[in-house]
Design a protein around this ligand. Structure first.
Ligand code: LAG
Ligand code: CA
Length: 471
């Protein structure tokens, strides 16, 4: 199938958590490409266990049972069509790669979404070719009976025991490495451009390096973009920084501290960066939240309303790391299924029905992707804050934003860094090239100043490239 010749060059990742392939493809075509997103992160595309109790929790896809691509999200053909649709929209595709483990050894179901044959209790996965010798075990590898992790500061235990009873692959073995790489190469063959590596902390760095060395270049050239899930807290070999050699690292500390400021005083964000304990910007995959964090209350979530939107606006404006925008399904219990049919196959995303929260489409967030792209390479300048919950800054002379996380409107004459002219406020309307704004316009004087009112829990954002308008 035909793919576009090049990616659009953006770096913002839309994390469309557990959207089915048909809906991801449509989102690439109608929203992500047009708004300038550089990539989409999709759910684990391999076959996974299907529990026998009919509950279909979201987390069954984190229990791989086969490396064919028939899954809860669709068929292999639908996966391939999704990648092509995204590529044709200029959007790269990053897959969630669950390669540390297979299904739980404590599971009894032998059913899957794609029809793989396996027996979790016996550690046999016929469709892949894994048997008991493909997995770590007590006492040869894991020192604890039951293969449990007792000491989270022990690299041996974290990497060779079982994370929540999930059968832990013997990634020191070349045969296991080749099978994992075969799966990743299959994805690359369909056009996948990168991987969110699930449970990367639980895979020894040397094993990950050896697996990646067996994976080919992407269709658009160059190495796959790798960003690893390493939950902070460990030191030495288990510290996030110890994983930089294999790629970028998901920035949990960023997400936690961002919540703290939005629930405190966002004026503190003036110094938000590596000095706060983050990985270097070029190794940081930053986020407001993800599927685990929105369930453990450690980050802002869609349930936080305007703070959630404003946090995404800040993340896109600030320019630290590679930013993600998170769009998942609304939930009550932390084991809920995404909206699905009786057999657990995920239904089409409906952003209007209330079952899904499509932050990637939220007008202010979606238009801030273009703002982010226009600000590329420009430093933060013209910082202003009121000592509390209102801030403003520019990125050089390319773009300017004000964010009001407070309870009342703020009216202020700001130094914007922008050239004199009339600019569309892209939070409340679309950018217009040469035409009229679809929302409010802001006039910047010859001294670069603008008098602006920023509503409570709201934002105003202007940028030069593509947004200047006749008002
Ligand atoms: C991850 N990153 O390292 C994912 O972001 C996280 O969502 C995954 O856990 C985890 N690692 C394994 O890929 C999720 C759920 C767990 C769930 C697990 C496997 O948060 O609750 O465990 O996926 O489906 C479930 C049960 C456990 C059970 C286990 C194995 O909750 O009680 O022991 O399955 O049967
Ligand atoms: Ca492991």
């Amino acid at each position: 199938t035909a793919h576009a010749a090049t990616a659009n060059g953006g770096d913002v990742i839309a994390n469309l958590f557990e959207w089915n392939w048909k809906s991801v493809g449509q989102e690439c075509t109608t929203v992500l490409g047009p708004k300038g997103y550089g990539a989409v992160q999709v759910a684990p595309p391999g076959d996974s266990i299907r529990l026998s109790d009919g509950t279909h929790p979201w987390w069954d896809v984190y229990q791989p049972v086969g490396y064919d691509l028939n899954s809860r999200m669709g068929t292999e053909a639908q996966f391939a069509a999704m990648v092509t649709a995204c590529h044709n929209a200029g959007v790269k595709v990053y897959a969630d790669a669950v390669i540390n483990h297979t299904a739980g050894a404590n599971q009894t179901s032998a059913d899957s979404y794609g029809g793989a044959s396996f027996n979790p209790g016996a550690y046999t996965y016929g469709s892949i070719g894994y048997d008991r010798s493909s997995f770590h075990d007590y006492p040869a590898n894991c020192p604890n009976a039951g293969n449990v992790i007792n000491d989270w500061n022990s690299a041996q235990q974290v990497q060779e025991c079982q994370l929540v009873s999930l059968s832990d692959l013997y990634t020191e073995k070349d045969d296991v490495r080749s099978k994992i790489a075969g799966y990743l190469n299959k994805l690359v063959g369909y056009g996948v451009d990168g991987f969110r590596v699930d449970a990367a902390k639980h895979i020894a760095q040397a094993d990950m390096a050896a697996i990646l060395a067996k994976v080919g270049d992407t269709r658009w050239g160059g190495r796959p973009y790798v960003y690893q899930e390493v939950i902070p807290g460990g030191s030495g070999q288990l510290a996030p920084s110890a994983f930089e050699g294999n790629g970028s690292v998901l920035e949990f500390t960023y997400a936690h501290k961002l919540k703290d400021q939005f629930n405190g005083s966002i004026a503190n964000l003036k110094t938000f960066g590596q000095s706060w304990g983050f990985e270097p910007s070029d190794k940081s995959a930053v986020m407001v939240t993800n599927h685990d964090l929105e369930r453990d209350n450690s980050t802002l979530t869609y349930k936080d309303g305007s703070k959630y939107t404003l946090a995404h606006i800040f993340e896109l404006a600030w320019g630290y790391g590679t930013p993600q925008v998170y769009s998942g399904f609304r939930f009550n219990g932390s084991d809920d299924s995404p909206p699905a049919d009786a057999n657990g196959y995920v239904g089409d995303t409906d952003c209007s029905a209330g079952a899904w929260n499509c932050a990637d489409r939220t007008p202010g967030i979606a238009n801030m992707v273009g703002w982010h792209n226009a600000a590329k390479g420009q430093s933060v300048a013209n910082w202003w804050d009121n000592g509390g919950n209102a801030i403003a800054f520019s990125r050089g002379n390319a773009a300017w934003v004000a964010i009001n996380n407070g309870a009342s409107a703020v009216t202020q004459t700001f130094t914007t860094g922008l050239a004199a002219g009339t600019y569309c406020d892209v939070i409340h309307g679309n950018p217009a090239t040469g035409g009229s704004c679809t929302g409010p316009a802001v006039t910047v004087s010859s001294s670069g100043q603008a008098t602006v009112t920023v509503g409570a829990g709201d934002s105003v954002a202007l940028y030069a490239a593509g947004a200047a308008c006749t008002g």
